[in-house]
Design a protein around this ligand. Structure first.
Ligand SMILES: [Ca+2]
Ligand SMILES: [Ca+2]
Ligand SMILES: [Ca+2]
Length: 427
């Protein structure tokens, strides 16, 4: 199964292949035909004040992760990193007002997040209008944080699988949120340290051989965190209203053993938001990193964003994992789609041919000898918001922008940007 882990392992293979191609003198992709800018791109949100109630919210696993701490800061320090330019062009083409990027290496100085904004998003890529984000938020991730315990039970302590979240260094494959609207940073809640065992009815893995023995020891359970990266509730202020942006990146359900510790963790990471938006008694067990308890109120506006690593019909996540959100009474699923996703499924065949889900909703181009293409990336607004439209940026082959998404080895990412347009109602 190692070969299908494009999200975290395959990146290095892709980078190596891309580097080899450059050494071999392969030509760069042809410039895209610039898409016409819509009028909304040239009017600053601030100019429209509280009357502008429509926002575009997007999630994008951009694969801006590197093998070593500091590499991403180094790559983004100059405006010529080919992958970062392709990612920025995808973002500029779609112009989200609020954007979560998954797989963006975190550094304590938040340099990478600032450099990507200044050297890439804020600079026209191939004729696209710059994407100007006055606000961003990022914070530490559990990836690569040493637990000091043998969490994968291989007999040794250390390495990416014994960290609180899979990672080669602290902050690898973290998250960043960019916004055209103010972020109420004082009111942000993070759930990096929440312990898995503190979730009532947690699906903690058990030893697949010894009857009744937990995969983790009691001592380990006192430190094992639920979130594989972090979970953030980021209040964004639109006019005089607040939208809670709920971000996460639950672990891939694979790369474990028959104990399925990653599948179970993926399920419970998704459940944290399902309980959080339910609020009331259901969310009473949830505590944030500052000691605040509970979830959202029933009239709150929210959008759940992220690569949630769970397809409703196909792939290896536990049955029902993503349904915890898709079937929640608080959530609406706009079911974004793309003709390019359907086309890719047909052209790539193999595992895709056996899928049950409609390929137009796929958001990730995974190895077709393994799981095939899946719906992994979600933008799920609350029922307190009105959905105006949605889409997945997966252009059909040969159409404008298709060179940005491409085929393996991908010029940008193996995931696609997903957006939903919502209108704020008074409530
Ligand atoms: Ca170990
Ligand atoms: Ca598994
Ligand atoms: Ca594929």
């Amino acid at each position: 199964m190692r070969a299908v882990r494009l999200g975290e392992w395959g990146r290095r293979i892709i980078a190596a292949v891309a580097a080899a191609a450059l050494v071999a003198g392969a030509s760069a992709p042809a410039p895209a035909q610039a898409a016409p800018a819509s009028s909304s791109l040239v009017i600053a949100p601030e100019d429209q004040g509280a009357d502008r109630q429509q926002i575009r919210v997007a999630t994008y696993n951009a694969g801006l992760t590197r093998p070593n701490a500091g590499d991403l800061v180094g790559d983004l320090g100059a405006p010529d990193d080919a992958q970062a330019r392709a990612v920025a062009q995808v973002i500029q083409t779609n112009q989200p007002d609020v954007l979560l990027i998954n797989e963006f290496d975190y550094d304590a100085g938040q340099e990478a997040a600032g450099l990507f904004r200044t050297n890439y998003l804020g600079v026209s890529q191939q004729g696209q209008a710059p994407a100007d984000y006055p606000y961003f938020y990022t914070a530490p991730s559990n990836t690569g944080v040493p637990s000091g315990s043998d969490l994968n039970n291989d007999g040794t302590v250390g390495g990416p699988d014994d960290a609180y979240g899979h990672g080669d260094f602290q902050g690898q494959s973290g998250m960043v949120v960019y916004s055209k609207y103010p972020i109420d940073k004082a009111a942000v809640r993070t759930f990096q340290n929440f312990l898995w065992r503190d979730m009532p009815g947690a699906r903690l893995p058990v030893d697949p051989v010894a009857q009744g023995v937990g995969w983790f020891s009691e001592d380990e359970l006192d430190t094992v965190r639920l979130s594989s990266k972090s979970h953030w509730d980021i209040p964004v202020t639109v006019g005089n209203r607040t939208v809670h942006v709920l971000t996460s990146h639950p672990t891939s359900p694979v790369f474990d053993g028959s104990e399925d510790r990653n599948g179970k963790r993926n399920f419970d990471e998704i459940r944290l938001w399902a309980d959080y938006i339910q609020g009331g008694e259901t969310a009473r067990y949830i505590y944030d990193d500052d000691g605040g308890v509970g979830g959202l109120g029933h009239s709150d506006r929210f959008v759940i964003l992220g690569d949630l690593n769970s397809d409703p019909r196909d792939g290896d996540s536990l049955r029902g994992s993503i349904d915890q959100l898709l079937e929640s009474r608080q959530v609406q699923d706009p079911r974004p789609s793309a003709d390019g996703a359907t086309e890719a499924s047909v052209l790539q065949g193999a595992a895709n041919a056996g899928h049950r889900g409609d390929p137009q909703h796929d958001t990730a181009d995974f190895d077709d000898r393994g799981v095939g293409n899946l719906r992994a990336d979600y933008v799920l607004p609350s029922r307190t918001l009105s959905v105006l439209g949605s889409g997945t940026y997966w252009p059909k082959a040969g159409t404008p922008g298709s060179h940005l998404t491409g085929i393996f080895p991908f010029p940008s990412s193996d995931h696609r940007l997903v957006h939903v347009d919502v209108k704020l109602r008074s409530s």
